[in-house]
Design a protein around this ligand. Structure first.
Ligand SMILES: *Cc1c(COP(=O)(O)O)cnc(C)c1O
Length: 463
């Protein structure tokens, strides 16, 4: 894919360079429902609106770049997960996808629970009033302080990730005169990526305790012996941006297999299993995500069937969607600054943000869509690469996209499906302040995370 792969010599503008794209879409003005938040559309002037508010008004009022989050869509998706899984299961929103106090309140109101994986996420959850018993603490290297704060606060569960942690959590709980509910995170030898999964004996990664070689069974043995711990279940999380349910089925089967082993060895039936998150969303029109009710049905069926076969009572299931709830609900609004047409290649379109507000393209080669949203255009499609303002040639927001050829400085572009892992992974690279998150609902827009300022940056610099 490197530029040098192209032979030197004359280039023909009608030969498209290598990339992720296929043909230009029939109409560049159409906003595909699949990749945009629920209340997004175009008004009679051709402008994008969300929650009844035009994009240009959001840009004027709050500046660019800005993450625009559709609260109606967020609540609808949270509710859809809650309803799909019903009262006999728990839905834990994975806070690392995007967390703020407003989000915590919406989750609380919609009846969801919350996963946190650091002291900072725990503090945010508690300060916004999420009841501690509805919080789960995750992480492969929780600090002693984080564990202590979580137990003191009374979190509903801590997910244990290593042999050291089993002992560490047990000691801290005993110290505090408590018995902490815990799950053990196991790796079941399933690696899932988007459209396929691989079932292996081993998983070469940092999370969890391997089922292979009896390590998970040994972890259970130890946890059951420690009086600071109440072992309530087993946890498995197989990956992210997954469309293929068969990886979850294999994982569920292996998790239930362990429950059966535990029953046979200890005479104990653990009451809960957690099957993690990782459900994929549509970043481009080519993606076809599963709906929560399909996911719930598939998981319930497999767990029920496997438990019947093993003569186990069906455990309470929990799931942990992050991206699938928040991802599609937000877009990033940018202003175009410069355009650089490179003959026979593509036009580089520079926007006023970049890898500091969306690292996913640089980090994972992620694919995104983009649209001109301050107006419509009937101009020809122009092969473009949307890039940021940072001092890195890898500072790419959208690698390959078609934008109208009359695109000009001052136009507003929006990149959909940036609700998950964008603001939460944002940095201050080049001392660029991080953009705000503006929530829109029923014709009202309000800042839920304010824009960072140069004063914020300078305040930390105490040399
Ligand atoms: C990241 C993570 C999730 C959420 O993953 P998504 O792809 O955002 O759904 C859930 N559970 C655990 C343990 C995770 O680490």
């Amino acid at each position: 894919m490197s530029r040098s792969a192209h032979p030197a010599g004359p280039r023909h503008a009608d030969v498209l360079p290598e990339g992720h794209y296929s043909a230009p879409p029939a109409d560049l003005n159409t906003l595909d429902k699949k990749v945009w938040a629920q209340t997004v559309g175009r008004d009679e002037h051709g402008e994008l609106t969300v929650g009844g508010i035009p994009a240009t008004r959001i840009a004027e009022e709050f500046g660019t770049p800005v993450y625009v989050l559709d609260e109606t869509d967020f609540r609808a998706r949270a509710r859809a997960w809650r309803t799909a899984f019903g009262p006999d299961a728990d839905v834990f929103y994975a806070g690392k996808a995007f967390l703020s106090r407003a989000v915590v309140r919406w989750l609380h109101e919609e009846g969801l629970n919350l996963d946190v994986c650091s002291g900072g996420e725990l503090a945010t959850a508690l300060s916004a009033g999420m009841p501690a018993e509805r919080i789960a603490l995750h992480g492969n290297n929780k600090s002693v302080q984080e564990i202590r704060r979580a137990i003191e606060a009374g979190v509903g569960r801590i997910v244990l990730d290593s042999f050291q942690e089993i002992v560490r959590v047990a000691h801290i709980a005993r110290d505090l005169g408590k018995r902490q509910k815990v799950q053990i995170r196991i790796t079941v030898g399933v690696e899932a990526h988007t459209h396929e999964f691989i079932a292996t004996a081993h998983e070469d990664q940092k999370f969890g305790i391997p089922l292979a070689g009896g390590q998970a069974a040994e972890a259970v043995r130890r946890a059951l012996q420690l009086d600071g711990l109440e072992l309530i279940g087993v946890h498995s999380h197989i990956g992210s941006q997954i469309f293929d349910m068969s990886g979850f089925e294999v994982a569920a089967r292996r998790v239930v297999g362990l429950l059966k082993e535990i029953r046979d060895e200890h005479g104990v039936e653990l009451p809960e299993i957690d099957l993690g998150g990782g459900l994929g969303i549509a970043y481009t029109s080519a993606d076809d995500p599963r709906e929560p009710h399909e996911i719930a049905k598939a998981l319930n069926e497999i767990v029920t069937r496997e438990c019947e076969a093993a003569a186990l009572a069906t455990p309470r299931i929990s799931v942990e969607p992050g991206r699938a709830i928040v991802g599609p609900t937000a877009f990033t609004l940018y202003e175009v600054g410069t355009l650089k047409p490179l003959d026979g290649l593509r036009t580089y379109v520079s926007v006023d943000g970049g890898m500091s507000d969306n690292i996913r393209t640089a980090l994972y080669d992620a694919e995104y869509s983009v649209a001109l949203v301050s107006r419509t255009s009937d101009a020809e499609p122009m092969l473009s690469r949307v890039v940021g303002k940072h001092c890195e040639s890898g500072d790419i927001v959208v690698k390959d996209a078609f934008l109208p050829a009359d695109l000009a400085p001052g136009d507003l572009l929006a990149v959909p499906a940036t609700g998950a892992y964008c603001r939460s992974m944002a940095s201050n690279y080049n001392h660029v302040p991080r953009p705000p998150v503006v929530a829109v609902r029923d014709g009202e827009a309000r800042v839920i995370v304010r824009r960072e300022t140069e004063e914020d940056l300078l305040r930390l610099d105490v040399g």
